[in-house]
Design a protein around this ligand. Structure first.
Ligand code: IPM
Ligand code: MN
Length: 321
């Protein structure tokens, strides 16, 4: 049966890189029904729509969503990010943010919790605009949310090199860190074959640069994961190569490159589509098309040798399938 795939190119270079991803998927003969969603900053500027309840409901019934990037300079910063991307993550319970990296000679995965932490929007203002203004921004960590994320990381470690590292800041974040650490240790006891480690997030930043080979699977909270995965992109060939899966392991999931809409290079052919193409491979994994996914990864194995314009790189990947 054809997979039902929602396509959301978005803004800036988003549609350009998604087109290359679809070119590669089409070349593999994957059978899918394409459902287009015109969302993002441009759409918002046209008619004020960010995301509707109807679209969310429709998404519950499709198999996957393949996205480019959203964001336009003329829209207030954060409006589309929160109203579209974060709302989608929360309402569709895309609780795993899966980001694989290939540092020179070594690959590892960051599993970022994707529905809680400081992203949950807890907090507010008191006496806003006065000299006694107070702003709080809490971090929401539930046992349920942390445990399902940690468990996912251990399951993944079992399929990989059986090593799992918790990254947090337990020395300072004594409440959230304590919940994460206890949960991590309890789940670890169910996976005696998996070797475990713990790093504070600041130290992890050094290890990412100096010794990434110490990592196999990393599990961390939403904000630390956001920051660490940009660093992960930077140490593994650049953000133009870094793919993401936003997973609800039991349902509709969303696949997108880590990078943004890069409005400055729109239409120049300078956008590297490899991150989007590899996000497409992750989508095919999720759809059970693992052989096609492996062929894409093999074709992108040497990304430095994929050169030229956005569409030329897409053509080269197709030629290497
Ligand atoms: C990411 C992005 C998003 C995030 C933004 C656009 C809200 O940076 O997917 O990493 O912070 O999660
Ligand atoms: Mn980010």
């Amino acid at each position: 049966m054809a997979h039902r795939i929602g396509i959301m190119g978005g803004d800036g270079i988003g549609p350009e890189v998604v087109a290359e991803g679809l070119k590669v998927i089409d070349a593999l003969g994957v059978d899918y029904e394409r459902i287009d969603y015109d969302l993002g900053g441009e759409r918002y500027l046209r008619d004020g729509t960010v995301l509707t309840d109807e679209i969310i409901e429709e998404w519950r019934g499709i198999d996957a969503l393949y996205a480019g990037a959203v964001g336009t300079p003329d829209v207030p910063p954060g409006l589309i990010e929160r109203g579209l991307l974060l709302r989608m993550r929360f309402e569709l319970d895309l609780y795993i943010n899966y980001r694989p990296f290939v540092a020179p000679g070594h690959d590892f995965v960051v599993i970022r919790e994707n529905t809680e932490g400081t992203y949950a929007g807890e907090g507010g203002f008191l006496r806003k605009g006065t000299s006694h203004e107070v702003a709080t921004q809490g971090s929401v960590n539930t046992r349920h949310g942390v445990e399902r994320c940690v468990r996912y990381a251990f399951e993944l470690a079992m399929q990989r090199n059986k090593h799992c590292t918790l990254v947090h800041k337990t020395n300072v974040l004594t409440f959230a860190g304590d919940l994460w650490e206890r949960t991590f240790n309890e789940v670890a006891s169910e996976y005696p074959e998996v070797e475990t480690a713990y790093n504070h997030v600041d130290a992890a930043c050094i290890y990412f640069v100096d010794r990434p080979e110490r990592y196999d699977v990393i599990v961390t909270d939403n904000l630390f994961g956001d920051i660490l995965t940009d660093l992960g992109g930077a140490i593994s060939g650049g953000i133009g190569l870094a793919p993401t899966a936003n997973l609800n392991p039991n349902g509709m999931s969303m696949f997108e490159p880590v990078h943004g809409s890069a409005p400055d290079i729109v239409g120049t052919g300078k956008a590297n589509p490899v991150a989007a193409i590899l996000s497409g491979a992750m989508m095919l994994d999720h759809l059970g098309e693992t052989e096609a996914a492996d062929r894409i990864r093999a074709a992108c194995a040497d990304p430095n040798t994929l050169t030229g314009s956005t569409s030329e790189i897409g053509d080269q990947v197709v030629a290497r399938l």
